[in-house]
Design a protein around this ligand. Structure first.
Ligand code: AHR
Length: 502
């Protein structure tokens, strides 16, 4: 797989793909396992504030600067009665959560989530229950969150937390309704009709909200992509985004193919972008619908049914996947794809944010950052302004799944407002370091402000409670720019983030 050839990246700030939507760096928090309880909310932790929010976790989440947070599910939402989670905590009922066979104490609910969002400076993105829930329940939740005082649900909000409406802008019309596992699963026509009516009622409460339709739960679903076409045709003018979900994995322990997965991610976006264009033309609409990749992540090590069933306990340990170096390089490629597809992709939420397939793990009084934390951190901090269409040349290597693939996966941004830019590079090679020359075709940056790298020789290496810093990005010497070019050496199995000043 390795070789001693070199690669080039040519940057031209005039070749704009699209403005980067900040919401591409969003998260997802579900009432599942220990994401909410013992993750972000744990009154028994030494780090909890007076509201039970774990300040060590919130600090890490602030660092990742999630722009929006999807909540409360996931599969959980399809059986959730949101009114259980508001009002005095002592009066909230404990319920059986059928999605994860757990006990839901309801000690954390909508108002608690709003406080959490305020504290980490993120936009709430609420999902409504279109499984067991009615369109009336969905509309009531919009009234509770967004209506001014003077009606029953708005007045309940004032009694419970605050008089001022929360002004929740982003709403998901159910979750993975195409999946037979989903509580209240519907076929595409049934779902499209229910979603259309829910959207209508929700907008009657607040016409400024933006709505996300459920797309296929993955590109492997037997109903994909027909589900997407049918649901979109029924709802086109009433929704703003169409959701994608996908969990990737090295199922066959075939690292060369696994490390090339951006090809699959791009293909998935391209197919759905084609469907969006088709439905827009077919419905003769002037309205646009964009993609919301509101569940994405690596998830394959904890996929047994027993990993997902809580045995009717509170906050069970469910799918607490441990991430290694190659997983982090797949996450970095996913983020590259978000920039390269930023013309059609406007929201993306990593699933999930704490403990449950997450970049952060907690014990009662400790926190561990996993390998996947670091690509998220650098993209979230640096990718601003416009995504750029790059010219990349790199040697190819053979993969079983995709045939010949380039060794490099790259994306870049340029912000005309701040005159800063960023370049993100994954070297997929399992063996060889690769010399890289970056050139600038139009204006040349004055200097490279910072260079950070995550690299290692063992694709399976991972952080642990005993060795928490085995994998983290290191600051490396920033290459100099000479004659509109910079040279750098990319180690095998590496992710590099460069920040430049023009
Ligand atoms: O994120 C875990 C689960 O994966 C979500 O609840 C569901 O939407 C998806 O299948």
């Amino acid at each position: 797989m390795g070789n001693n050839k070199s690669a080039t990246v040519s940057v031209d700030s005039r070749r704009v793909i699209s403005e980067i939507s900040p919401l591409l760096f969003s998260g997802f928090a579900e009432h599942m396992g220990r994401c909410i309880y013992e993750g972000i909310y744990d009154p028994a932790s030494a780090h909890a504030d007076e509201h039970g929010l774990r300040q060590d976790v919130l600090a890490a989440l602030r660092e990742l600067n999630y722009r929006a947070m999807r909540y409360p599910g996931g599969n959980f939402v399809s059986g959730y009665r949101w009114e259980d989670g508001i009002g005095p905590k002592s009066q909230r009922p404990a319920r059986r959560d059928l999605a994860w066979q757990s006990i839901e104490s309801n000690q954390f609910g909508t108002d608690d989530f709003m406080r959490f969002c305020r504290e980490i400076n993120t936009e709430p993105m609420l999902a409504v229950n279109l499984g067991t829930g009615t369109i009336q329940d969905a509309a009531n939740l919009v009234e509770y969150c967004n209506a001014p005082l003077g009606s029953a649900y708005a007045d309940r909000r004032a009694a419970n937390s605050q008089a001022e409406p929360y002004g929740v802008k982003y709403w998901c019309l159910g979750n993975e309704m195409d999946g037979p596992w989903q509580i209240g699963h519907l076929d595409a026509v049934e779902y499209g009709k229910k979603a259309r009516e829910a959207a209508k009622l929700m907008r009657l409460h607040d016409e400024s909200i933006e709505l996300v339709l459920c797309g296929s739960s993955s590109s492997q679903m037997p109903t994909y992509p027909e589900w997407d076409r049918v649901a979109l045709e029924l709802c086109w003018d009433g929704v703003d985004y169409h959701s994608m979900h996908y969990y990737a994995g090295n199922h066959k322990d075939d690292s060369p193919s696994y490390l090339a997965l951006s090809a699959e991610f791009e293909d998935y976006v391209d197919t759905l972008a084609g469907i969006l264009r088709y439905v827009k033309a077919k419905t003769r609409s002037k309205h646009d619908v964009y993609l919301s990749w509101d569940e994405w992540n690596v998830w394959y090590k904890a996929r047994e049914l027993s990993d997902m069933r809580g045995g009717w306990t509170e906050a069970p340990h469910l799918i607490e996947e441990v991430y290694n170096l190659e997983d982090a390089l797949v996450v970095a490629q996913w983020l590259n794809v978000f920039l390269r597809k930023s013309d059609v992709l406007k929201i993306a939420c990593i699933a999930q944010i704490v403990n449950v397939i997450a970049p952060i793990l907690t014990q009662r009084n400790r926190l561990l950052k996993q390998s996947t934390y670091y690509p998220l951190l650098h993209f979230s901090q640096l990718a601003r302004g416009n995504a750029l269409d790059l010219l990349v040349t790199a040697p190819h290597y053979e993969t079983e799944q995709f045939g010949a693939m380039p060794l490099l996966d790259v994306s870049a941004s340029h912000d005309p407002d701040t005159n800063r830019g960023a370049i993100f590079i994954v070297n997929r090679s399992l063996e060889g370091a690769l010399p890289l020359e970056i050139t600038w075709a139009d204006k040349t940056p004055t200097r490279i402000l910072s260079a950070h790298q995550l690299a290692g020789s063992d694709p399976k290496a991972a952080n642990s409670w005993e060795q928490p810093d085995q994998l983290r990005t290191q600051a490396i010497a920033a290459p100099r720019i000479v004659d509109s070019a910079a040279q750098l050496r990319l180690p095998a199995l590496s992710f590099t983030a460069l920040e430049v000043a023009y």
